[in-house]
Design a protein around this ligand. Structure first.
Ligand code: HEC
Length: 224
C-alpha cells in the first residue's frame, strides 16, 4: 500500500513539473497585477490612425528647444532651468545673458531694467548678502573672508574693473570669473536681482570716483 502511495506521489510531482514547461497557448497569461502594462499606446515607428501623416512619433513643435541645447547655449543645468532660469528660452540675450547681438557684453543695463530707487535698494541688499563677505561693503575686496583666509579678492575701484561692461559683471555674477576663483551665483540669484547687483556695483564704483556733476542736489547745495 505504502509503495503505491509513493508511486502516485512521484507521478503527481512529475506531471506537475512537466505541466510547468510552458506549452504555447493563445490565451493571455495570468496577469494579476496590471501595473499599466496593458495600455493603449503607440510604439516607436508604428502607424497612427489619428494623425493625417500617419506618424505615431510626432515631430517636435516648431520652435521647440531640446533641453541639452540649454546646456550648450547657456551653460545651465536642469536644476537651474527649474529654479531661477526657467525663462531661459526667451530670445532676449541682453537681459538673460548680458550679451548683445554680436555676443559681446552689453555696456549699459538692459532696457527691461528700471534703475529706480527700489531697484537700487534691492541691489544694495542683495549685494550685502551675496558679495560683501568677499568684496566688502564698499567693494575694496576687504570682506570678512580676508580676516580668515588667503583669498585675494580684487577691488572694484581699479581702472580695469571700472571699465568692465555691465554685461561682463552680470556674466561674472552668473557664471563666475574666468579662472573660476569666484564661482557663479546663477542658482542663488535671480536674473532681475543680478542686474540690481550690477547697478549697485556701478554705484559703488561711482561713489569712489565720482565726477563733480554726480553729486546729489542736497550735497551740491551744502557745498555751495
Ligand atoms: C567667496 C568669495 C566671493 C564672493 C562671495 C563673491 N566674489 Fe566676486 N570675486 C572673488 C574673487 C576671489 C575674485 C577674483 C577672481 C579671479 O581673479 O578670477 C572675484 C572677482 C569678481 C569680479 C571681477 C571678475 C573679472 O572678470 O575680473 C567681479 C565683477 C565680481 N567678483 C563681482 C562679484 C559680485 C557682484 C558678487 C556678489 C554677487 C561677488 N563677486 C561675490 C570672490 C568672491
Amino acid at each position: 500500500m505504502r509503495h503505491i502511495t509513493r508511486v502516485t506521489l512521484g507521478l503527481l510531482c512529475l506531471s506537475a513539473l512537466l505541466g510547468c514547461r510552458g506549452e504555447p497557448s493563445r490565451k493571455p497569461p495570468v496577469h494579476p497585477n496590471q501595473n499599466m502594462d496593458l495600455q493603449d499606446k503607440y510604439k516607436p515607428q508604428r502607424e497612427s490612425k489619428l494623425f493625417e501623416d500617419k506618424r505615431a512619433m510626432r515631430p517636435p513643435v516648431e520652435g521647440a528647444v531640446g533641453k541639452d541645447f540649454l546646456k550648450v547655449a547657456y551653460g545651465v543645468t536642469k536644476g537651474a532651468v527649474a529654479s531661477h532660469d526657467d525663462r531661459y528660452l526667451q530670445e532676449d540675450d541682453a537681459y538673460w545673458r548680458g550679451l548683445d547681438a554680436a555676443g559681446q557684453p552689453i555696456t549699459a543695463l538692459p532696457a527691461q531694467v528700471k534703475a529706480d530707487e527700489a531697484f537700487m535698494a534691492r541691489g544694495q541688499q542683495r549685494y550685502g548678502i551675496y558679495c560683501t563677505p568677499c568684496h566688502g561693503q564698499t567693494g575694496y575686496g576687504d570682506g570678512v573672508v580676508k580676516t580668515v583666509g588667503k583669498l585675494n579678492v580684487p577691488s572694484y575701484h581699479q581702472d580695469y574693473m571700472r571699465e568692465y561692461a555691465a554685461g561682463h559683471i552680470y556674466g561674472v555674477i552668473s557664471n563666475g570669473s574666468a579662472s573660476q576663483l569666484m564661482k557663479g551665483y546663477k542658482h542663488q540669484i535671480s536674473v532681475e536681482d543680478r542686474w540690481a547687483i550690477v547697478a549697485y556695483v556701478r554705484a559703488l564704483q561711482r561713489s569712489q570716483y565720482g565726477e563733480p556733476g554726480d553729486r546729489a542736489e542736497s550735497t551740491a547745495q551744502e557745498a555751495r
